[in-house]
Every structure is written in structure tokens, then in C-alpha cells.
Design a protein around this ligand. Structure first.
Ligand code: GFP
Length: 824
């Protein structure tokens, strides 16, 4: 008999060992051989082989965690924007050279197989990517963590351009198989919905409420490895996929209605079918609420019933877990835990509440009031009637607490109610999370301050100790070590390789900013990265980029507050100046303006902006008067894979949101770490970046947050800027004249009239400051040595923005968990 804890053998960490295992996978896993195998066969066989190398570590991690029962983090997130997995797994297992050599010995090019990997686009942008960075850091820091989310069958749509307009195509990322996941249909959990509640009297004579659900679905877990960097630990990411329950099927089948049975299945599976594109407007979409409840109900069930030992006393739950709520999407987990404890386990309300409050913490990622989720009472009551009752009860107790604290301030009490009354009766999920959570954090210093001062001011007054800040971070493994091998080698040759897990070490580069040889080497790396990007854009998009131009990059979700339009006005102004003869083309710094952005399909203004960027690009790129000195490059379908090529090549990073609107930003950190200089407003984490890299190495412009607030309070009139500023007027008039739309004045009229009448994000107010700052950029760029010096200093001083540091802050300020080093 074998002992089920006997470790399985890891394949030999040698070229021969890899080749043997790879061929075995190709034969037995893919059912083919080298002569017949397609690229996809080889990719799948290779990916599974790489998995084998991590498997022993994964099983050991799980076993050790079960033995130790150490406190874990459950990171609940509706999005995990993972990016490609292969290179990360190779890096974690220190296999890159072995695999490259092994494949080469079989005549296979690793680079070709790499391209076969379809990235799972299970997120919209920064929020989902942050979750992916965090789980990477926790694994690398040996901190027990489970990521819980949704395995969307279709991730964020694939963006294409037709005549310059965005057209969305489904993202069928699973079509060719997904070798990084482990499905466990046998461990499916049941999730109920709908129905009604009823009162009953328990044995002790107490009247209680219980849920009589109307229908249910199954949640099937798909496990993903989350390997730490060369440390022997592999954490788990568990994504849930919805299936119809058998009962659901059988009942209808037995009634003889095959078509209806299939429809039932489709209905159930729709829950995890597609990721909702973020558009920061209240969705009120039933399916979205179904998704949210589906994944948190699966996750809580999984953690309580599967991960914890069977005899675990839930009174000790806070010693064993903290559920981190990534934005409001998973907040329905709060009433779900209450329901489990009160209804299923028969606890007293107050006991259950005391435990629940200790188990959750909430991260807010926005400052836009319209982006704070609100669910109508009608919808919640229909879908989750018992949860609605529980939320009412939580609110009742909370209101009573407030009335006691503020006996003469009923207005304040009502303002703070979890239940909004207007425009319809609805549950404010951020308020629920704040009341129930042990901590509430913003994602950059300014953001956390504004949360306290503005968005959740009453709450920070009432619970001053609940509010804290954790500035975001990014994983240096993916965004420097993997994305920028040239820079990584240069850094390692100068200061050793410790920086990969201790990014503060980058400070040691600081003296090298004054070393001419180092600067030359640094420039060489940047140029090589540009050449690599030139190839990628040519092949992927048919876009031609001149590597000898300044690469000025703005990549992020398309949203009015992020102000892609401001960037565009800069391009149009330069175009206008040159074509009107006001500026000689020889005096213009050659620049490539690169954009990458998806617009939510229902967000009209964002889609218009995409149309305008492409329209301006068409005219600018084809105008002989510009002699190729100004180029607009807008590759479609910006994603993590493209980011990994664009960011290391960039000279200038555009972080130009209206002050007080961008919670943090994380792209800004990735650019600084890769040696781009930032042109940016005093917003989000830009503030901290500038403080660290220094004013001389950052191009600050624009209104400060209090100035914005003052202008808005006074009454903002965009037309006055238009009237008073000649070059702004010219730029807007040019767009309005149809110069970029074949003479048709109607095409971009909505953008122009919106800017002139409303301009909610003060593009016109910041225009001149931005143009001036861009002139400072041109001047600085002309001094190559000084520019490189600044770029090196950006790298050297950005170590703070490692997500490892963010994790340390979460651990110290919120989670109070501890690393568990692997068994020796
Ligand atoms: C959101 C916020 C960003 C923030 C990320 C992660 O991302 O400011 O950096 O969450 O906290 F807006 P996006 O939706 O903008 O991508």
C-alpha cells in the first residue's frame, strides 16, 4: 500500500529530464508524436510538463497548510487578470534555460510555442491585474492565500477596429484548451437563488427565518497554481464555473421536454459565461448580481466545508481566515456568512455578527460616486430574499447605534443608511462593507485621504480606526524580470539579483545614474526594447513605428476621467501648429504617440474617443508635411501580453487623469520601474511616485485636487477656456470642422460639444498646463544624458511600488497573518 502523503517525484531538473517528460506528455497526454504534433499540441504538452515540476511543491504546500492551519487570506475578486502563464511558471520553477535547450534539441523553438498561449483576460484593467499581482506576491512571500474568483468562459472582449471604430468580438480563450487549470467537478458546490423566506419556531421556542430557495446551480472549482518565485511554495487560485444541477435537468427531462432541459442548462451556465465590461455606471443587471453571489457563495462554502477541518469551531474563524473584498463586487459575502452562521448553524445573531465583523476587510478602488455599487431592493429581494432580510437587520442595528451616537442628527443617520431611498430603494454595497468590515482601505495615500474626507466621510468620522491606506504595487517578477530581460540583466550585473524579491534594493542603482557607461548601457537596453516593440507592432498590427522617435505611451481603460482626450488634444495641437506653419517641422521632437485602450461597449463617449484617436492617427500618419516625425500608433486589443512589450520600450508615461479621480493607477508604477519618465497630474499614486523619484525626474502639471473642487464648486465654464486660449480653440475647431472625418462635421460633434458644454473632467481647464509640460518634456528629451539619468533614477527610486511591499502593508495593517516557509 502506498502512503498517500508520499511525495510524488518531480521530473529531473535537467535537459534530458525535461525532454523525456515532454515527449511522454506529447504521446500520452496529447496522443500524438513529434512528427505529427501541431504547435498547439506541443504547447499543451510543454505546459503540462512545466506543471509537473511545480506539482510536488503545490501538494506539499497544501499538505503543510492543512497540518498547520495557519491563518490565510482569501482574496475574493470578481476579476483576476492573469496574463500569460507559461513564462511565469518557468521563472518560478527556474526552468527557462532547461526548457529552451530541451525544446531546441528537438528542433522546437520555445518562442513559437510561447505565442500559442492565449492570455486569460478575466479582468477589465487595473483592478483585476492588481489581484493577479497580489497573489503572485503572497506566494513569493510564503503567505498562505487562496484567490477566489470566476472562471468566465469569455473574458474581456477582443477589440477590433473597423474604419477606426471599436468592434467587440468574443474572447474565446478556452477554445484550444487551457493547460493551467485543474477542474474538479466532483467537488462542485450548490448555490441557491430566488424563492422566498418563511418564519418558523425552533426547539427553544424562538421565531427564526429561513430561506426556501427557488432554484439552484452548481459551482465547479477550477484550480490554478500560483507559484512563488523560486521558493518552493505554490498557492491556489480557485475559479468557479457554473453548471446546471442534475435535479434541475432530470426533473425537466423526465417530463419529456428535452429542449427545455437544454435551455435550463444554458440558463445555469450563463452565470459564468461572460465578464462584464466595466463602465462605471450602475448596471442593475440581474446576471451581474447572480455572478457576484455565485462566486462568493461557492467560495465561502468551499472554505468552510472543504478547506477547514470538519471539526473546526467557527468561533475561531477570525484566527484562521480573513476575506479580503476586492471592491464591492464580493460584498454579498457578508450577509452570506451571517446566513450560514445564523440559519444553518443556529447561532445567535449577535454572536454571528461579532465573528463576521472580524472576518472581512474591504478595499475601495474608486472615487467616482457612480462607480460605488448599489443594488435595488427589488432585485435583491427577488434573487436573494433571505440576504435582503439580513441586510435590513444589519442596517436596523446600525441605525440604532447611530441614533445613540448622534441623537440630534437624524440627517446624518439617514445619510449613512445602508439602504438608500432615492432614486429607488437600494442597498449601498460600499456602506455595507464599511459597516461590516474590520478595515476599509484606499489604494494610494491621496485616495485613502479622499475616501475619509469625502466619499465615506461620515463613516470615517464614526469609525476613525477602520480606515487605512495601502498603496498599490506591481509584481517585479512579471513586470520587470520577465517583461524586461535586458534591464533585468543590467540591474543584476550592477547590484546582484536580490532585487527580484526585495525591490528596495534598486536604490543601490542610484549612484550609477551618474556613471556614463551605465547610462549608455541603459540606453542600449531601451533601444533593444523599442526594436522588439517595433517587430511586435509590425507583426501583430501591421503598424510601423520608428525606433528613433520618443515613445510616448498612454495605455489604460478608456474613461473620460482618465482623459485620453487631453492627450489627443496635444497631438491635434502639434498637428495644427505644423500644418498651419506656426511651427517648423524640424523644430518638432519626433514622437510616436502610442495608445492602448478598450471602451466598455455601452459607453458612448468612450467609443467616440476611440474613433477620434484612430481618425486623428489616420490623418497625422498620412500627412507628408509631418515627414513621419509625428506618428499615432493605436494597436487594437491592448492586453497584458502587449503591455509587457510596450512598457519596457516607453520613454514617456502618460498619467493625466483629473486630480482626485484616479484612485491609484498601477500602470504608472510599471512605467517608472521600467525607466520611463512620467508626465502626470497630482493624482492617485502619481503623488507618491513624484515624491520618491523627485520633482526633477517627473513632469507635473495641472490643477490640484482642492483646486478642482473649488472650480467645480464655483461653477465650471469650459467655454471660457475655449474663448481665451487660441491654440485650444484651433484644436477643437479643427476636430469640429471635420478635418479628421473626411469633412463630416457631425462625426465627432458629440465629443466637441461635450467638452464645450460640460467637460466633467476639466480637460479644457488643464489643457494649457499640459501643453506647457509637454514642451518641458521636449526640452528635457533633447539632453540625452540628463534624460537617461532621470530614467535611471526613476528605476532606482521606485522599489516602493513592488506588490510585495503592498502585501507587507496589508499584513501589518489589516490581515495580521504570517508567512509559512515551506518544509525543509
Ligand atoms: C481601478 C482604479 C485604479 C486602481 C486599480 C487598482 O482600476 O486607479 O489603480 O483599480 O486599485 F481605477 P481601473 O478600473 O482603472 O483599471
Amino acid at each position: 500500500m502506498t502512503d498517500n502523503t508520499t511525495p510524488i517525484a518531480t521530473p529531473e531538473h535537467t535537459v534530458d529530464g525535461f525532454v523525456r517528460e515532454f515527449l511522454r506528455e506529447l504521446n500520452f497526454g496529447q496522443g500524438t508524436d513529434l512528427t505529427r504534433a501541431s504547435v498547439n499540441d506541443k504547447y499543451l504538452a510543454m505546459a503540462r510538463t512545466v506543471r509537473h515540476y511545480l506539482m510536488v511543491r503545490w501538494l506539499a504546500t497544501l499538505r503543510r497548510q492543512y497540518q498547520l492551519q495557519a491563518k490565510s487570506v482569501a482574496y475574493l475578486s470578481a476579476e483576476f487578470l492573469l496574463g500569460r502563464q507559461l513564462d511565469n511558471a518557468l521563472l518560478a520553477a527556474d526552468l527557462d534555460e532547461v526548457v529552451e535547450e530541451g525544446l531546441a534539441s528537438l528542433g522546437i523553438d520555445l518562442a513559437e510555442l510561447r505565442e500559442a498561449e492565449v492570455e486569460p483576460g478575466l479582468g477589465n484593467g487595473g483592478l483585476g491585474r492588481l489581484a493577479a499581482c497580489f497573489i503572485d506576491s503572497l506566494a513569493t512571500m510564503n503567505v498562505p492565500c487562496i484567490g477566489y474568483g470566476i472562471r468566465y468562459e469569455y473574458g474581456i472582449f477582443r477589440q477590433t477596429f473597423v474604419d477606426g471604430w471599436q468592434v467587440e468580438k468574443p474572447d474565446n480563450w478556452l477554445a484550444l484548451g487551457s493547460p493551467w487549470e485543474f477542474p474538479h467537478p466532483e467537488s462542485a458546490v450548490t448555490v441557491d437563488f430566488g424563492g422566498h423566506t418563511e418564519q418558523y419556531t425552533d426547539e427553544s421556542g424562538t421565531t427564526r427565518s429561513r430561506w426556501v430557495p427557488g432554484w439552484s446551480v452548481l459551482g465547479v472549482p477550477y484550480n490554478y497554481m500560483v507559484p512563488g518565485f523560486e521558493n518552493g511554495r505554490v498557492n491556489t487560485l480557485r475559479l468557479w464555473s457554473a453548471r446546471a444541477t442534475r435535479a434541475f435537468d432530470l426533473e425537466i427531462f423526465n417530463a419529456g421536454d428535452y429542449a427545455q432541459a437544454v435551455r435550463a442548462q444554458t440558463f445555469a451556465e450563463n452565470i459564468s459565461k461572460v465578464l462584464y465590461p466595466e463602465d462605471s455606471t450602475p448596471q442593475g443587471k440581474e446576471l451581474r448580481l447572480q455572478q457576484q453571489y455565485f462566486f462568493v457563495a461557492c467560495s465561502l462554502r468551499d472554505f468552510l466545508d472543504q478547506v477547514l477541518p470538519h471539526d473546526f469551531d467557527l468561533r475561531n474563524l477570525p484566527d484562521r481566515i480573513v476575506f479580503q473584498l476586492n471592491d464591492t463586487h464580493p460584498v454579498i459575502a457578508i450577509p452570506e456568512l451571517m446566513r450560514i452562521l445564523v440559519d444553518e448553524r443556529g447561532w445567535e445573531w449577535s454572536e454571528a455578527w461579532a465573528i463576521t465583523q472580524k472576518c472581512f476587510a474591504y478595499t475601495c478602488h474608486t472615487l467616482l460616486p457612480e462607480a460605488l455599487e448599489v443594488w435595488s431592493v427589488e432585485l435583491l429581494g427577488k434573487l436573494l430574499p433571505r440576504h435582503l432580510e439580513i441586510i435590513y437587520r444589519i442596517n436596523e442595528d446600525f441605525m440604532a447605534e447611530l441614533r445613540e451616537a448622534y441623537p440630534d442628527d437624524e440627517l446624518r443617520v439617514r445619510r449613512m443608511s445602508i439602504i438608500a431611498e432615492y432614486p429607488e430603494r437600494a442597498v449601498r454595497m460600499a456602506y455595507l462593507a464599511t459597516v461590516a468590515g474590520s478595515k476599509v482601505n484606499g489604494v494610494a495615500a491621496l485616495h485613502s485621504q479622499l475616501l475619509k474626507d469625502k466619499v465615506l466621510h461620515d463613516f470615517s468620522d464614526h469609525y476613525p480606526d477602520k480606515f487605512t491606506n495601502v498603496t498599490n504595487g506591481v509584481t517585479p517578477r512579471r513586470f520587470v524580470r520577465l517583461a524586461n530581460p535586458g534591464l533585468s540583466e543590467l540591474i543584476t550585473s550592477a547590484i546582484g539579483d536580490g532585487w527580484v524579491t526585495d525591490l528596495d534594493k534598486l536604490q543601490e542603482l542610484e549612484p550609477l545614474a551618474d556613471d556614463a557607461d551605465f547610462r549608455a548601457a541603459f540606453r542600449q537596453v531601451k533601444r533593444a526594447n523599442k526594436l522588439r516593440l517595433v517587430d511586435v507592432l509590425a507583426e501583430r498590427d501591421g503598424i510601423t513605428v520608428d525606433p528613433d522617435t520618443m515613445l510616448d505611451v498612454m495605455v489604460k481603460r478608456l474613461h473620460e476621467y482618465k482623459r485620453q482626450t487631453l492627450k489627443l488634444l496635444h497631438v491635434v495641437t502639434l498637428y495644427d501648429q505644423v500644418t498651419s506653419g506656426a511651427v517648423k517641422i524640424e523644430d518638432v521632437t519626433p514622437r510616436t504617440f502610442a495608445f492602448g485602450a478598450k471602451a466598455a461597449p455601452g459607453y458612448r463617449m468612450a467609443k467616440q474617443t476611440i474613433g477620434l484617436i484612430n481618425a486623428v492617427g489616420r490623418v497625422v500618419n498620412n500627412d507628408p508635411a509631418l515627414q513621419g516625425r509625428l506618428t499615432v500608433a493605436f494597436p487594437a486589443n491592448y492586453n497584458v501580453t502587449l503591455a509587457e512589450k510596450l512598457i519596457p520600450a516607453a520613454d514617456l508615461s502618460e498619467q493625466i487623469s483629473l486630480a482626485g479621480k484616479e484612485a491609484s493607477g498601477t500602470g504608472n508604477m510599471k512605467f517608472a520601474l521600467n525607466g520611463a519618465l512620467t508626465i502626470g497630474t497630482d493624482d492617485g499614486a502619481n503623488v507618491e511616485i513624484r515624491e520618491l523619484v523627485g520633482d526633477d525626474n517627473f513632469f507635473l502639471f495641472g490643477l490640484l485636487e482642492p483646486e478642482v473642487a473649488e472650480i467645480v464648486d464655483r461653477g465650471y465654464h469650459p467655454t471660457s477656456y475655449y474663448e481665451e486660449n487660441r491654440s485650444l480653440r484651433h484644436a477643437l475647431d479643427l476636430i469640429a470642422s471635420g478635418a479628421f472625418s473626411g469633412g463630416d462635421r457631425a462625426t465627432f460633434e458629440p465629443i466637441v460639444s461635450n467638452l464645450l458644454s460640460e467637460d466633467r473632467f476639466l480637460v479644457l481647464a488643464d489643457y494649457q498646463a499640459y501643453i506647457d509640460a509637454q514642451e518641458r518634456v521636449d526640452e528635457a528629451y533633447a539632453d540625452t544624458e540628463a534624460w537617461t539619468r532621470s530614467a535611471v533614477l526613476n528605476v532606482a527610486r521606485s522599489g516602493f511600488f513592488s506588490s510585495d511591499r503592498s502585501m507587507r502593508d496589508y499584513i501589518d495593517r489589516i490581515w495580521h497573518t504570517h508567512p509559512v516557509p515551506p518544509e525543509r
